[in-house]
Design a protein around this ligand. Structure first.
Ligand code: FA5
Length: 357
């Protein structure tokens, strides 16, 4: 009986399959792969030995060997997938976070819940004070045309008073024609225009909102801050009405212990004009860094509406007159809560902010 190199093929294949099954890790498999199916493997050696067979037997032997290789390579591939999956499971088990504590703390009570910033709280309190005095609340846009922010307020181009407001311009339309509003006073203009259009005078309104100036932040200034504008347009309004409203506001918001005063001031849109100041609550009037050692803090500007402004929106100043004011909301919060440096309001230090929930 003639012998063939493939006489032991079935056993050899079985042995290779056992070897493959015994591979324990993906690294194991990589190390042994060449020995199982590579150029020096049993299967490759058998392939080379087929040359000794008679040509009529070679074809059949070649087919058997190819089938054995297909089975072995298939088993190797299956094992590779199994070992990869095992390796992934191990990595996941290693990296697994034990969320037990986290879940427990998430349901602990009281949960830590955020709250509005002190400035938002102050805005609401100020609105409440004025609503109780009979004012309605209105809002206007933060991006304004030059006309609303300046011209309609009696501040024509190149007027020296423009220097009072260091302005951010928006890159829109003609240069320097669209601005981030520097104060809430342009909302007065919107309100008066609407009242004229709807024949809805008189006006008793406050208008809170965000303002922007190219001011360098310091203990009393931010580049983005908030004002609350007030406007009364009615028949027979005089400066004494303004003084009475400011006095009532000061008592209601700060209480009886705080002193306030009106000092002559200048605004192109009011005549006469005044600055409204309160005793510095940080030093109780002694003088400190916050009040630049004056003992007083300016909260806002105010005055009797200039007839030129009424004319710009088509209100007859023979029949109607009015007063206006604009207070800094951040300044009010600062003085009421005795905050030495306004920048603390925007620094997002939770330990500071948490005090004002
Ligand atoms: C004005 O803005 C006028 N529009 C106020 C006004 C309205 C006058 C109506 C007459 C009639 P002034 O620039 O002084 O005025 O600003 C008013 C208040 O806004 C200041 O007193 C201050 O409380 C606040 N304020 C102004 N600039 C800043 C700033 N950079 N940061 C924080 N608060 C500011």
């Amino acid at each position: 009986m003639t012998t063939s190199p493939l006489d032991d093929l079935a056993d050899q294949t079985q042995q290779l399959l056992s070897n493959i099954a015994a591979l324990a890790t993906i690294d194991d498999l990589r190390e042994n792969e060449a020995a199982i199916t590579g150029r020096r493997s049993v299967l490759s050696t058998l392939q080379k030995s087929l040359g000794v067979l008679a040509p009529e037997d070679r074809k059949d032997a070649g087919a058997r060997l190819q089938e054995a290789r297909r089975v072995v390579e298939g088993a190797l591939e299956d094992r590779r997938q199994e070992l990869r999956a095992l390796a992934r499971v191990e990595v996941l088990a290693h990296d697994r976070l034990d969320l037990g504590d986290v879940v427990v703390s998430a349901v602990q009570w009281p949960a830590s819940v955020g709250h509005p910033n002190l400035v938002a709280i102050t805005q609401r309190e100020l609105e409440d004070v004025f609503v109780a005095m009979g004012f309605t609340v209105a809002e206007g846009p933060e991006v304004e045309s030059d006309w609303y922010n300046f011209e309609a307020l009696n501040i024509p181009p190149a007027h020296p008073a423009r220097g009072m407001w260091d302005t951010f311009y928006v890159d829109l339309g003609e240069p320097e024609t669209v601005v981030l509003r520097t104060h809430t006073s342009p909302t007065q203009i919107h309100l008066m225009e609407a009242a004229v259009a709807e024949n809805a005078l008189p006006i008793h309104s406050v208008m809170p909102g965000r303002c922007y100036r190219r001011d360098t932040p310091d203990p009393r200034h931010l580049a983005t801050f908030h004002q609350i504008e007030g406007l009364v347009i009615d028949r027979g309004i005089a400066f004494a009405d303004l003084a009475g409203v400011i006095e009532t506001f000061t008592r209601a918001y700060f209480g009886p212990d705080i002193e306030s005063r009106l000092r002559p001031g200048y605004f192109p849109f009011t005549e006469p004009s005044a600055e409204f100041e309160v005793t510095c609550t940080i030093c109780r009037g002694e003088g400190c860094r916050t009040c630049s050692h004056t003992g007083w803090i300016e909260l806002g500007g105010c005055g009797v509406v200039d007839p030129a402004v009424l004319a710009a929106v088509g209100i007859d100043s023979d029949e109607w007159s009015g007063f206006a004011f604009g207070f800094g909301i951040d300044r009010c919060a600062q003085m009421r809560h005795e905050i030495a440096d306004m920048r603390a309001l925007i620094e997002n230090d939770v330990r500071f902010l948490e005090q004002f929930s």
